[in-house]
Design a protein around this ligand. Structure first.
Ligand SMILES: [Zn+2]
Length: 130
C-alpha cells in the first residue's frame, strides 16, 4: 500500500496544503457527528464527486468551507482528479474502484481524526427533550 507517512510529510512541506484549518462550523460538525459518521460523509462525497472518470468541472467540485471533509480534502490533495493524479498517482481518465475510494477516505480521516474533540459535546437542537 501507499506510504501515508511519506504523503503527510510531503503535504506538510506544501505551504498551500498546510494552511488549511477547520473553522468553527466545520469543527462543530466533526465533534457533533464523530469520525464514524464523518467517514460515511467522506465516502459519499468521494463516490459522487471524485470517483467518475474525468468528472465535469474538475477542480471545482470541492467547496472551500462548510464541511470538515471538504477542508481535509484540500489539506490532503484529495479535492479533485487533478490533485489525485499529481499527489496520489491516480490517473484521472478512469473511474476509481472501491479500494481507491477507501484509500482516499483513509487519507481524509488520517487528517480529521486527530482533530476530533470527543469532549466537545455541543447541544444538538435535533435531540431536544421536547
Ligand atoms: Zn484539487
Amino acid at each position: 500500500m501507499r506510504d501515508r507517512a511519506a504523503l503527510f510529510a510531503r503535504l506538510a512541506r506544501s505551504h498551500f496544503r498546510s494552511r488549511f484549518r477547520l473553522g468553527a462550523r466545520e469543527q462543530h460538525t466533526l465533534d457533533r457527528h464523530g469520525p464514524h459518521v464523518i467517514r460515511a460523509h467522506a465516502a459519499d462525497f468521494v463516490a459522487t464527486r471524485l470517483a467518475p472518470a474525468n468528472p465535469p468541472d474538475d477542480g471545482r467540485q470541492t467547496p472551500m468551507r462548510n464541511h470538515p471533509v471538504f477542508i481535509a480534502q484540500h489539506a490532503t490533495a484529495t479535492c479533485c482528479r487533478g490533485c489525485l493524479a499529481k499527489w496520489h498517482g491516480l490517473p484521472p481518465d478512469r473511474a476509481l474502484d472501491a479500494e481507491e475510494q477507501a484509500y482516499i477516505c483513509d487519507v481524509i480521516m488520517d487528517w480529521l481524526a486527530p482533530r476530533h474533540d470527543p469532549t466537545a459535546v455541543p447541544p444538538d437542537p435535533q435531540r431536544s427533550l421536547f
